[in-house]
Design a protein around this ligand. Sequence first.
Ligand SMILES: *[C@@H]1O[C@H](CO)[C@@H](O)[C@H](O)[C@H]1NC(C)=O
Ligand SMILES: *[C@@H]1O[C@H](CO)[C@@H](O)[C@H](O)[C@H]1NC(C)=O
Ligand SMILES: *[C@@H]1O[C@H](CO)[C@@H](O)[C@H](O)[C@H]1NC(C)=O
Ligand SMILES: *[C@@H]1O[C@H](CO)[C@@H](O)[C@H](O)[C@H]1NC(C)=O
Ligand SMILES: [Zn+2]
Ligand SMILES: [Zn+2]
Length: 447
Amino acid sequence: MKFGILNCILLNMLALVTCESGYFWHITDLHYDFTYHGRQLSCNPTKKQNNPGKFGDFWCDSPWLLIESSVHAMANIKPNADFILWTGDTILHSKDEDLSYEINAVILQNTTDVLRDKLPNVPVYATYGNHDYWPSNQFPPRNNLLYNETWIRWKDWINDPSQEDNFRKGGYYSIKTSHGLRIVALNTILYYTSNKAILNEVDPADQLQWLNTTLYNAKMNKDKVLVTAHIPFGVYTPSNVIWMYEKYHTPLVDILRGYTDIIVGMHFGHNHADGFKFLHSSDGHHSAPVFIAPSVTPAENHNPGIRLVEYDRTTGQHKDLIQYYLDLNKANKDGVANWTLEYTFSDIYDTSALTGDTINAVVENMKKSTNGQTLNKYWKHYAVSLPNDLQEPCYDECRRSIVCGFKHHTMKTYEKCKSNMISDSTSVFALWNFCIAVLALILHACV
Ligand SMILES: *[C@@H]1O[C@H](CO)[C@@H](O)[C@H](O)[C@H]1NC(C)=O
Ligand SMILES: *[C@@H]1O[C@H](CO)[C@@H](O)[C@H](O)[C@H]1NC(C)=O
Ligand SMILES: *[C@@H]1O[C@H](CO)[C@@H](O)[C@H](O)[C@H]1NC(C)=O
Ligand SMILES: *[C@@H]1O[C@H](CO)[C@@H](O)[C@H](O)[C@H]1NC(C)=O
Ligand SMILES: [Zn+2]
Ligand SMILES: [Zn+2]
């Protein structure tokens, strides 16, 4: 009886600790238009409503009420999340002449304040979006006033003085959460094709070299890693765009591929649409899941979304995405914002964990399902359950683009995948025609 109740209790405690779920939020692309009730600098004048609703418009950036309401919703639904990822683009879409360094700074400060006020005990791991700089997109490859001032704004959340130098140099950092997950927060605007400030650089702000070393050290320490940044690598589908200069995109993807065995998840914004991908290691043995969260701003043509992620605190493995949204038309009609569950990943794709392999399986399933039901679901959530009559349909070319973009992250392999899919379907089509022709011959002979 020595191996008795005590061991059993210990075993149970171990089991409890090892399967303990934690949660984190991901918000992105808030794009606050402080002129929403006046000049409406961010609005598409031909498409917006004549009388834009108080919570926002599908063709304008967010009024403050929408920003506040999204943060309220996070605080109501899960106030004690382990942390928050905030992947930038807090400034409205507007001409540079209508903005200034000072305007952007106030918006970043006010948004930092509202997160800190409403979720006071939750650290926020924030990254820059391309619109957060003035002039827009032009993030410099070395020390700059914005990096310095933002360090002051965010240093209590980052809570690691050793990250000050690289933050002041290029706005990137890495820390360990209280549960031991390593966060690697990148400034991918340094690679953005609209950034003219980094053109002659080999490795802007030395971020690639730093990433390589940071991931190497993480592996040596047996850390699990979560990568977060505003602009995602890979192809933005169905628009066929890679957002980064190839000379930075290629090494970035190569470095990440080398560590897909320790990366438990990568979380990005910028697309405004909801999506996912996976990244294979170069030997094909491991893959890591990639998630793109939808924006809080409804522009252009999405319902606002906020995302909760369930993960295993011990292994870092992601378990589920719990996507909340605001039905914007209803909120404007009712005069109150009722943020509700849009979907859980496990529900619509029938998964029990979110690894590179499970995403791969979802994608294979999507290819097989001939009536395209799974892809229809993907497309519905892509625009955050926008009413059907407002969303563009997604047919052949659009479908091929989405399916190939899940896995292929260079233009070459992506285009090849797409053309193979065409020849697959044409060969089926040719076979079918041949078969019909033979049938016609037989029938003709019979008569
Ligand atoms: C930022 O917050 C201050 C204090 O609440 C407020 O006076 C100011 O109008 C806000 N700025 C913007 C651009 O909304
Ligand atoms: C930013 O901070 C660093 C370190 O404190 C300082 O050396 C540098 O001059 C500052 N740069 C700007 C543009 O303020
Ligand atoms: C990353 O570091 C490895 C050595 O650990 C080196 O072989 C490789 O070239 C580096 N990659 C980049 C892109 O710096
Ligand atoms: C909010 O939406 C949910 C789900 O649609 C509904 O059950 C609930 O009654 C709504 N709450 C309010 C206050 O409208
Ligand atoms: Zn954006
Ligand atoms: Zn962006």
